[in-house]
Design a protein around this ligand. Sequence first.
Ligand code: ISE
Length: 332
Amino acid sequence: MTIKVGLIGAGVMGGDHARILSTSVGGAELVAVSDADRARAEAVAASYGGGVVADAEAVIGNDAVDAVIVASPDPTHKPLVLACLAAGKPVLCEKPLGLTTDECLEIIAAETALGKRLVQVGFMRRFDPGYVAMKTTLDSGDLGQALMLHCVHRNETAASYTTSENMIANTAVHEMDIARWLLGTDVARVTVVTPRPTRLARMQDPQILLFHMTDGVVVTVEVFVNCQYGYDVRGELVCEKGTATLTPPHDITLRQARHDGFGHPADWRPRFAEAYRVELQAWIDAAAGGPPAGASAWDGYAATAVAEAGLAALKSGATTEVTMADRPGLYD
Ligand code: ISE
């Protein structure tokens, strides 16, 4: 069985999804591409297949399309995911699911009314071999209980439109999801600490976020989106009887010109290449009738709820409670 995929948004992530889908995922075919910039859609379609269609509606309403990837700008996510649900089509939506918790709750209401899970949110780290190994180790009980999780999330340089707020809602949102997934609990409170900002950007960069999980585990997240030297994501889980630390994938260690080490990619795509591939395969398998995979709409909502608390904490300087609605049974 081949799942025919429509792509909305042919930018950095949309283009990468198209490439992975057509080269490394089984049981899928790219059949339609749309982008506000038609030339971009044409370039992606020419490289990876599919016809260019006028707009997002022409992807979702297309009879030849079985399932949809939403990789367009963040403000378009909610209406497009709702349109996919109305059409009864599985959708992989890039993070964040919605700009606000209200937007996410609208999606949850629509999906709950349908009574089946069609939404997967693109929190790809859940499929990263490093995080998966960390979770398997924690769940085995060998290290005892988790006490702390230390995270570092650095980008070489941020896009020109990035703000101090985006650093929480668009970058640290990955740790908001991975902490919940890894530790199996929710975030109860968020604090944001603001070090001296770099002079190389006009925003509060870096920031340190503290998550107090509902069971007392504390998560530290350093977010630094103009670190200059490359993309760098780290994580160390500290437990009662030992620690588990992510090792970034790299093929070689290079000794040259009095240096000994390995390179850092310019952005997240090489670092999480395997995670994106497995994420897409799991989504295609679910669309073909397998069990739902990855982050649900509820997880997308939960991450946005933590981000909202983080934004309030950044503004006020105070530790801020995360408030969440009751979870519908569909997401148990
Ligand atoms: C981007 O959207 C991502 O998802 C990356 O993983 C993150 O590092 C980056 O800051 C975001 O803008």
